[in-house]
Write a protein that binds this ligand. Structure first.
Ligand code: PLP
Length: 388
């Protein structure tokens, strides 16, 4: 599609050209199976080891703490279920109300199997209540799973501090860092985090590859029974092109990390300011300070996010709304509801998420297009009419 302005990078990212180039030989010439005895296949194993080192360098951990998976969802499922398996006498999971469905739906499933789940609230800015974390943990708690940053608002939780509180209580700590890896610096050696999930397609690697970081000494059940791959923890012939691509994407992310907090943040701030100045009755959702540098979630009062998205789409502008269309009714996002965002504003929320491929011209174009769209929709809105 020509002339796309892509600002939906928290949903998925473009695979970097350098990543594609690195992957290609593993799709045509070097297609061997790393478990084979022959050199043709076996040599690919060395390339997996290199990718493991590239991922570990970005996370600040040891290569043998990296387990390749198929996606962030698999990593989250394996972390939580694999921990419960190793702690059969503890039947409780503590998490937050604003996790991604990869964690929340896993927890719903666990409840159906007799486990108890306790969810920590957030305040109006989307920030976590650390006192609540303390009283929700008890002797029955096997694992606490708190996301590093929220996918909808970009709000960053004080995960290092949370990990220390949890670890002091002798409980395993997992964080879903799918939205964080490559956007803010990490140094896992320096933290009490036991388990961390990431996903390739959020950092310019392809879809179909993820990682679970497992701190040395952390007891975790087998993800997938099968062969000896991933030290016997996750059987199944490796997704070699995906793993090679993820390694390269991590290397690139490390070299671009500085840009996230300078260039990309400046573009995001310009976009946000431009929208707030040109559109009345709109506001940013989430803590303005502790936020991912690429994300802004803006509520446009009295109109529906889906309508704004459809009109932006006509200009090739890709963003996203927090609402999910279920059985004909539009449910506002569970994250904005947990934050107490009023109904009329939660329905009209749009997330713009940028990447290093966005330009100033993209930002100018979105600012120019959005005010007429919002004005037009407000003219049609029954909520605006009922106010006047
Ligand atoms: N966790 C978070 C915070 C996410 O944003 C996503 C995807 O949007 C996932 C987990 C799931 O990742 P994947 O699509 O790789 O399964």
């Amino acid at each position: 599609m020509a002339n796309v302005i892509y600002m939906d990078n928290n949903a998925t990212t473009k695979v970097a050209d350098e990543v594609i180039e690195e992957m290609l030989p593993y799709l045509n010439e070097k297609y061997g199976n790393p478990s084979s005895m022959h050199t043709f296949g076996g040599s690919v194993g060395k390339e997996i080891a290199r990718a493991r080192e590239q991922v570990a360098a970005l996370l600040g951990c040891e290569p043998d703490e990296i387990i390749f998976t198929s996606c962030g969802t698999e990593s989250d499922n394996s972390a939580i279920k694999g921990t419960l398996e190793m702690h059969p006498n503890r039947r409780k999971v503590v998490t937050t109300r604003v996790e991604h469905p990869a964690v929340l739906t896993t927890c719903r499933d666990l409840e159906r199997h007799g486990y108890s789940v306790s969810e920590i609230s957030v305040d109006r800015q989307g920030c976590l209540d650390l006192d609540e974390l303390g009283f929700r943990m008890d002797d029955n708690t096997a694992i606490v799973s708190v996301m590093y940053a929220n996918n909808e608002t970009g709000v960053i939780f004080p995960v290092k501090q949370v990990a220390e509180i949890v670890s002091a209580r002798g409980v395993v700590f997992h964080t879903d860092a799918v939205q964080v890896v490559g956007k803010i610096p990490l140094n896992l050696k320096d933290s009490a985090i036991d388990l961390l999930s990431l996903s390739g397609h959020k950092l310019h690697a392809p879809k179909g590859v993820g990682v679970l970081y497992v701190r040395r000494g952390t007891r975790l059940g087998t993800f997938m029974h099968g062969g000896h791959q991933e030290s016997g923890r996750r059987g199944g012939t490796e997704n070699i092109p995906g793993i090679i691509g993820l390694g390269k994407a991590c290397e690139l992310a490390l070299s671009h990390l500085n840009e996230e907090n300078t260039t990309i943040k400046a573009l995001r701030d310009k976009l946000e300011k431009g929208i707030l100045e040109s559109c009345p009755d709109c506001f940013v959702n989430g803590d303005p300070e502790n936020r991912l540098p690429n994300t802004t979630n803006i509520s446009f009062e009295y109109i529906e996010g889906e309508s704004i998205l459809m009109m932006l789409d006509q200009f090739g502008i890709c963003a996203s709304s927090g609402s999910a269309c279920t059985s004909g009714s539009l449910e506002p996002s569970h994250v904005l509801r947990a934050m107490g965002v009023p109904f009329t504003a939660a329905h009209g929320s749009i997330r713009f998420s940028l990447s290093r491929y966005n330009t100033e011209a993209d930002v100018d174009s979105v600012i120019e297009k959005i005010a007429p769209i919002v004005n037009r929709l407000r003219e049609l809105s029954p909520f605006v009419k009922s106010r006047s």
